[in-house]
Design a protein around this ligand. Structure first.
Ligand code: ADP
Length: 328
């Protein structure tokens, strides 16, 4: 990897097949950042263990997610490192060391922790409290200087910066304080038009969906709630389908906006168009994905190779950290 470019790190839990929210909120940016950064992208399976839900699915979901990432253009041939967190165990060493400079109060005050306590009151485990320390460890281990974040992740990144500052203040300038790179399109709504698109709410559209599956999902989407009859004029500015048109129908959305406002097209027609555009947009992606899926071993080999390259960076950092801390 070259020394001159900045280095990006980002991780996401293995959630299996990715949806439009993952695509617009994360994957698309991951792909674009390869133009200007050294990129390290990680499937954070250890983080996924904090909920202890569906652990039997971890392997399959890791594989399906890797397929989506690779087919979408996250590309080891461009120097990008794509790997699975647990394949580079040095992160757990750094996690232990960084936990020693982390005040417990910082962790329990984080809004994301409070939210988790609300979500799983019967499983407020130690790993859950340490989740942001593990995240900081990932970023610090690979000496990333840039982390793409949506607004919801900002407190975690700020936390990482504080931990790094604290470590460096104690032990010398070893770790890099990462900067946030704000990403656009941070919140994609689900097919219900109300809540954030999410697999757990079943309001999602998979990017690997077949054209038929896309049509089925899209035709069930909620549109402008004020437009009750076909001849009522529409309000594209409050319609989730229209907001997605602006991304997936670049040559068509201005006409659609006009024809919606003047009631020349109805919601059904608008959704048919959207399903068509969406299906066309992801057609090359589906082809690449199918080709990759013909050889699962190759996909795992790519991840193993990613882990080997990540491990080389990690070993160097860990050696410096242990030395600085004074471990014999
Ligand atoms: P994680 O908890 O690892 O971030 P998620 O599956 O919730 O796992 O999200 C993975 C990535 O996709 C994150 O960067 C997240 O911000 C993005 N993402 C997920 N859902 C949406 C959505 N509805 N709109 C925009 N971005 C989303």
């Amino acid at each position: 990897m070259s020394q001159t470019k900045g280095r990006v790190f980002s991780g996401a839990r293995p959630t299996g097949r990715q949806h439009l929210g993952n695509y617009l909120g994360a994957i698309r940016n991951y792909v674009a950042m390869q133009d200007s950064y050294e990129c390290i992208y990680c499937i954070v399976d250890l983080h996924a263990l904090t909920t202890l839900e569906n652990t039997g699915m971890l392997r399959e979901w890791t594989y399906e997610m890797a397929l989506d990432w690779l087919a979408a253009g996250m590309d080891p041939d461009r120097g990008t490192i794509i790997f699975v967190q647990s394949h580079v165990p040095q992160v757990t060493e750094l996690h232990t060391i960084l936990s020693m400079v982390t005040p417990l109060g910082w962790l329990t005050r984080l809004p994301t922790f409070k939210e988790k306590v609300r979500q799983q009151p019967d499983n407020v485990n130690y790993g859950l409290v340490g989740y942001p320390v593990l995240m900081a460890s990932d970023i610090a281990l690979y000496k990333a200087d840039t982390v793409p974040v949506g607004v919801d992740q900002l407190p975690h990144l700020e936390f990482t910066r504080e931990i790094v500052r604290r470590f460096n203040a104690h032990f010398g300038d070893i770790l890099i304080e990462p900067q946030a790179k704000h990403t656009e399109f941070t919140k994609v709504l689900g097919t219900d038009g109300q809540q954030k698109m999410s697999k757990s709410l079943n309001n999602h559209i998979e990017i690997a969906a077949t054209p038929d599956e896309i049509t089925q999902r899209v035709m069930g989407m909620v549109t402008d709630p004020a437009r009750r009859y076909r001849n009522d004029p529409g309000h594209p500015e409050v319609c989730n389908v229209y907001s997605l048109h602006t991304f997936f129908s670049p040559g068509d959305y201005e006409r659609i906006e006009h024809e919606c406002r003047s009631a020349e097209i109805g919601c059904v027609q608008c959704k048919r168009l959207f399903a068509q555009h969406l299906s066309d947009y992801f057609a090359p992606f589906r082809e690449r994905r199918a080709a990759l899926a013909e050889n699962p071993d190759h996909v795992w080999d790519l991840l193993t190779d990613g882990a080997r390259r990540a491990s080389a960076i990690a070993s160097e950092t860990i050696a410096q950290v242990k030395d600085a801390v004074g471990l014999p």
